[in-house]
Design a protein around this ligand. Structure first.
Ligand code: UDP
Ligand code: MG
Length: 354
């Protein structure tokens, strides 16, 4: 049995070595491969991963031409994972590798998806924890398939779950929603989420908000329909108000003092109309982007990954994988020097699959 671990990385030079150390320690009894997807890092992450992939052929590297986003990086990792079971996890050790054996146990019991559920979230602000809880409850009500609350992208997938996810090639990707949509047999595993081992989150508030909105628009048309309900209520109220105005006009002379309420109502209604238009505009824009059917990512470099047999829709592979020839009979003390790795270059343009 082979376990694949998919790790998207963006500027994680400090955490990658710690991550690998913990993986090696935890998975002594298991055959594994770690697929690091470098999502356009600008620090030493690619060099560190290049070096590690020469030392140990279980360490695989896919490098994007630029930052395509966390969800695209997870997609690429899943596309190239060979394992019977595949785990997606962050590089920052917020998701503890020590949980992997328990996840494998559940996988062996026949679950297609094993979802570690966050009991607690150390190192994250109360605000983030509270808004995230609220968000998943709201989204679960809006989406056709309810999402599992308190579960992030840290998950184990069986081979067949991975094949199913690979077939979902939409541009605006929300993995948590896709998993719910698949409806496969899922097991929960409570755990305590740790603070980041080093570095900073790549999801500041506004990016988090955008991601949350992608989740909603990808899996629910509810915001489009809100305006119908709001429109009905408001026009009903407007009609009643009109009756009152007519009554006042005919039977009294007290109309002029009402201008403040007119202005207030005007503001409220225009605001709601603009909001509804904005939501509709966003769905239209996403539709437009989806219609272009652009590739989801561009891979410019690959190490220890076999590219030949894989045919992927909506993916551009401009790299040829460098085989792990330098890894034969290397133990911990005798490792090839990084310069050897650097001297072998990668062939440009092995083909485009789009
Ligand atoms: N990440 C990525 N591309 C991005 C943003 C993040 O590959 O555009 C990686 C990042 O290196 C990390 C994982 O995705 O391994 C999750 O990001 P982060 O830990 O910053 O998010 P948080 O856990 O704070 O929500
Ligand atoms: Mg993280």
């Amino acid at each position: 049995m082979l376990l694949s671990i998919v790790i998207p990385v963006l500027n994680e030079a400090q955490t990658v070595p710690l991550m690998l150390e913990r993986l090696r320690d935890t998975l002594r009894e298991v055959a594994w491969e770690a697929i690091f997807v470098d999502d356009g890092s600008t620090d030493a992450t690619p060099e560190i991963l290049g070096r590690e992939s020469w030392r140990d052929e279980r360490v695989k590297l896919l490098r994007f031409s630029r930052n395509f986003g966390h969800q695209a990086a997870v997609t690429a990792g899943l596309d190239f994972a060979n394992g019977d079971a595949v785990v997606v996890m962050d590089a920052d050790l917020q998701d503890p590798p020590e949980l992997l054996p328990q996840m494998l146990d559940l996988f062996e019991q026949g679950y297609d998806i094993v979802s570690p559920r966050r009991n607690s979230r150390e190192g994250e602000t109360r605000f983030k924890q509270w808004t995230s809880k609220l968000y998943y409850r709201v989204l679960s009500r809006m989406a056709e398939q309810p999402l599992t609350p308190d579960v992030g992208d840290f998950r184990l997938f069986s081979r067949r779950a991975v094949l199913a996810i690979r077939s979902l090639r939409e541009q605006h990707r929300y993995m948590r929603g896709m998993v719910a949509w698949l409806g496969l047999k899922e097991a929960m595993l409570p755990f305590d989420r740790q603070p980041r081992a080093a570095g900073q989150t790549h999801y500041p508030f506004l990016k988090m908000l955008r991601f949350a909105w992608t989740g909603i628009t990808s899996f629910s048309a509810f915001p489009l329909r809100i305006s119908i309900g709001a429109g009905c209520i408001l026009s009903g109220a407007g009609f009643l108000y009109l009756l009152r105005v007519m009554y006042l006009a005919i039977w009294t002379h007290a109309l002029v003092p009402g201008w403040a309420s007119v202005v207030a109502l005007q503001c409220v209604f225009s605001g709601m109309i603009l909001l509804a238009l904005g939501a509709i505009g966003d769905y239209v824009a996403k539709n437009y982007e989806e219609a272009k059917k652009r590739p989801l990512y561009v891979v410019t470099e690959a190490r220890n990954v076999s590219l030949a047999e894989i045919s992927l829709p909506r993916a551009v592979i401009l790299a040829e994988s460098v085989p792990a020839i330098a890894c034969i009979a290397i133990d911990d003390t005798e490792r090839p020097v990084p310069e050897v790795a650097a001297s072998i270059s990668i062939q440009p343009f092995a083909g485009v699959r789009a």
